[in-house]
Design a protein around this ligand. Sequence first.
Ligand SMILES: [Zn+2]
Length: 257
Amino acid sequence: MPNLDLQEQLRLLYEFQQIDAEILALDNKLKSVPLKIRKAGEQLQIHQQKLQEKQAQLVEAEKVQRSKTAELEMEGEQRSKYQAQLREVKSNKEYQALDKEISFIQEKEAEIEDEILLAMLRIDQLNEELVQQQKEFDANQEKHNAQKAEYEQEAKDLKAAIVTWGEKRQDFFHQIDTGLMDQYQAWFKRYRKGLLSLVVENACGNCHLTIPPQTLQEARKYGQFIRCGSCRLILYILPPAPDNALVEEPASGSGQS
Ligand SMILES: [Zn+2]
């Protein structure tokens, strides 16, 4: 266990909790992917149902046309029979009775012909609508397939990113004091957020409470954990920008070309 002071430990833990937050966010995104795929599928299913309904309507209209055509045929046969009988009749009374029957059938035939015409018009209309609807469905299907592939790729990318962040997380894990890590992990498990709050412009980065100067001074000493008076997170103040970075940089003779 490297002997690091509290400031360094807090710095490492802060990095660590940033990684955890990143992994958590990626994981939440990943979990939402199957739902997005399912929703897209349901959308397509609705389109498919509408298409099937239209197809059923067409089948029904064609059935009507067939049965009416058969009906018309039957009436026609009956009429022909009567018309043949009409040539054989002897009495005027018989003639009139048959003639009346024939007129009655002819009226019926005209009615049926109208119904057949209506059925045919309906079939034409339904066929036109079906072609249009099928076109729309095909386009939707194509769009859905592309969308699904996109979601699947997104899930793959998210999984890969989680693995990468997980490796980074492992590196930090080993550098952090076990006691502090245990405390952090218990907290993260319970609250799904970090134990440290970055102080931004003298305020708690988590709850935005302004931290009293005295507390800030204490926090900068890193003698012990100083907690936010409101949200109770451990305050972490970024170390001052390292002016010594320039000093530490090895003097280099290689110039810029
Ligand atoms: Zn706070």
